[in-house]
Write a protein that binds this ligand. Structure first.
Ligand code: CLF
Ligand code: SF4
Length: 493
């Protein structure tokens, strides 16, 4: 294997927001291999829109943060998986917020967060209801944010019912990214997902409600694509209801030019008070979700790094800092250091080039292998695309798959944190072991003796030799080493 010289990790959490700038990695050559995330496959206009968007570009999610402002409480449909009355500060799922904002407060809060967090690149309006049920608040918020911070990308999420009426306004307000939640394009399936749809002063139920919603969603989607807006479609995977329909949906979305399709597992718990929670409708297992994603490999491009965020989430995906920015602490004024924001982007540009180079070298090593096998790896990371988190601090594991075609992000699995400040929580460890079913190895920056012993006893390798290395290169090294041993053993047998 060629030698990869690791450069200093970019410490995102310690990046100075106001004074001074860390110097980044330099002197590297961009690799030749581009993924769907890369500039080479996209027009300059589209690349400019997605380059720093943590949801639309999976590489960007290692470096850039999004912020949701909860200015849209109303909704015009009722999904059977939604209950906006329930709020728990620890709960991460769409529709949940701890505070609602006026457009004026939302814009002030964005300035405050941007003054503290140079990683902030996108502001999204994702509820807690529907962003277009009362579009005046959504559009006024966007206007205020654009005026105050022109380098922020705007994003919104909608059920699509009112979309056709607002495509022109979305364009005028420079909202380049729109997510539509479409769970089915067959009314016979969709009628089991929606309790009612309110449109034109009427409340529809059953099949006619589902048909109207689907018509409006697809019309809005086509209009947005024609207008040059990037469209992502979220679909909630509901076993026994729409799981076998997702392939047909994905094919339709590809034909209609969506940029990404995000299959989200149903979150269902009776405590949330949703219809599905109360009737015991289960969500898919990680294996079921992966199986559907594998089945869609030739369709519309899939997003696999979604964290099903709250409607008031702030920060890197998977590391919600929303509680640090409560409205009760909102300052009267906040000064954004624009130079610091520009410097952060320059550092990240250099880091990305170096990472791309290292990843290309690792990919070349994998291509030389003769195995057709694939392995799953669980990675502990705080961001920056590096293995830089202690096992005991992980509240989620990023799952990567490796084979001779490369190393790819396959999703994430949420976990209970093992380390409780001085002692380890054995129950959490037990649930983590169950959660990591099918995983070959965990890569982390450090790990304690007890978790190492118990994880190893359950058949999961625990590796902390690659602290602060790039995820893809470390995974590739372990994969090559593992199958090298397998190969040698077979040859000498
Ligand atoms: Fe927010 Fe959605 Fe924009 Fe992202 S979230 S409005 S596109 S800025 Fe992202 Fe969160 Fe998944 Fe949404 S991880 S739930 S896909
Ligand atoms: Fe809830 Fe969104 Fe469905 Fe409205 S569209 S019911 S806010 S999930």
């Amino acid at each position: 294997m060629q030698k990869i010289i690791p450069l200093d990790a970019v410490s995102l959490s310690r990046f100075p927001s106001r004074n001074g700038v860390r110097s980044g990695a330099g002197g590297c050559v961009a690799g030749s291999c581009e993924s769907r995330d890369g500039a080479s496959e996209l027009t300059p206009d589209v690349w400019n829109k997605v380059k720093d968007h943590p949801c639309y570009n999976r590489e960007a999610h290692h470096f850039f943060a999004r912020m949701h402002v909860a200015v849209a409480p109303a909704c015009n449909i009722q999904c059977n998986y939604c209950n906006r009355k329930y709020d728990c500060a620890n709960e991460s799922r769409p529709g949940v917020v701890s505070e609602q904002l006026t457009p004026e407060l939302a814009a002030r809060k964005v300035l405050w967060v941007a003054s503290q967090m140079p990683q902030l690149s996108v502001v999204g309006i994702a509820g807690p209801g529907d962003a277009l049920a009362d579009p005046r608040k959504t559009l006024e918020t966007c206007e205020r944010i654009s005026d105050a911070l022109p380098d922020i990308k705007l994003c919104l999420s909608t059920n699509g019912l009112m979309l056709p009426e607002w495509v022109d306004a979305i364009k005028t307000h420079a909202i380049d990214h729109v997510t539509i939640t479409i769970n089915a394009i067959d009314p016979d399936i969709a009628e089991h997902i929606y309790a009612w749809v309110a449109y034109d002063k009427r409340r529809l139920t059953g099949r006619s409600a589902a048909r109207l919603l689907i018509e409006r969603q697809l019309l809005g989607l086509e209009m947005l694509v024609a207008a040059g807006t990037l469209v992502k479609v979220n679909s909630v995977m509901i076993p026994g209801i729409n799981d076998t329909h997702l392939k047909e949906l994905n094919t339709e979305l590809k034909v209609r030019g969506v940029f990404l399709h995000n299959i989200m597992p149903l979150i269902s718990d009776p405590a949330h008070g949703t219809h599905f929670g109360l009737i015991g409708q289960r969500g898919p297992t990680a294996a079921e979700l992966k199986s559907v994603q594998n089945d869609l490999a030739d369709g519309a491009n899939l997003m696999k790094h979604c964290r099903q965020c709250r409607a008031d989430a702030i920060g890197l995906l998977g590391d919600d800092q929303g509680r640090s920015f409560g409205i009760d602490r909102l300052p009267e004024t906040a000064v954004v250091d624009h130079e610091s924001r520009r410097n952060y982007r320059a550092v990240i540009d250099r880091e990305r080039k170096h990472r791309k180079n290292a990843t290309a070298i690792a990919a070349a090593d994998l291509r030389d292998m003769s195995t057709g096998d694939q392995c799953l790896f669980a990675v502990c990371t705080k961001g920056g695309g590096r293995i830089n988190q202690h096992f005991g601090h992980a509240r989620e594991f990023q799952i990567y798959e490796a084979d001779r075609l490369g190393v790819r992000l396959a999703g994430h699995r949420r976990a209970a944190q093992y380390c409780q400040g001085g002692f380890g929580e054995d129950d959490a460890l037990e649930s983590t072991i169950a959660l990591l079913d099918g995983v070959y190895a965990i890569l982390c920056a450090r790990v304690g003796d007890r978790p190492r012993t118990l994880l190893s006893a359950s058949g999961i390798r625990v590796i902390d030799d690659y602290a602060h290395e790039y995820i893809e290169t470390a995974v590739a090294k372990v994969f090559v080493e593992h199958f090298g041993v397998v190969q040698r053993t077979a040859n000498t047998a």
